[in-house]
Design a protein around this ligand. Structure first.
Ligand code: ATP
Ligand code: MG
Length: 98
């Protein structure tokens, strides 16, 4: 995820829920539980954790990519320079490379 030098990104209580895979009950599975943090401008940040710990899910939340998993939802908020991101704001200043 790229950030220009002037931007500070924050996330609070980011709680994405994804639909369970086919064949499982229709209720949702909460993937991340109450994560908060921030990324400062001009610094490289690494997100580390065991496989399945939620790194990709967190980056999908920060990059407003939850729509790629139909039926997924998130509570909490993502802010940039203290302004709450609206739908699809991320693309105006950020990039996601996989
Ligand atoms: N679309 C989905 N439906 C149901 N569960 C999912 C879905 N995507 C991810 N999960 C679950 O969410 C948890 C976190 O997955 P995630 O892919 O974010 O982990 P990760 O840290 O990126 O793992 P890895 O290091 O293997 O890439 C795992 O238990 C995974 O099975
Ligand atoms: Mg991953």
């Amino acid at each position: 995820m790229g950030m220009s030098e002037e931007l500070t990104a924050q996330f609070r209580q980011a709680n994405p829920s994804l639909p369970k895979k086919a064949g499982l009950p229709a209720n949702k599975k909460q993937i991340l539980h109450g994560l908060s943090g921030f990324a400062k401008p001009g610094q490289l940040m690494a997100v580390m954790g065991a496989s399945g710990s939620g790194k990709t899910s967190l980056l999908n939340v920060l990059g407003q990519r939850l729509g790629l998993s139909p039926g997924s939802t998130m509570t909490g908020e993502v802010r940039c320079n203290n302004r709450k991101l609206s739908k699809n704001d991320f693309g105006a200043f950020g990039g996601f490379v996989q």
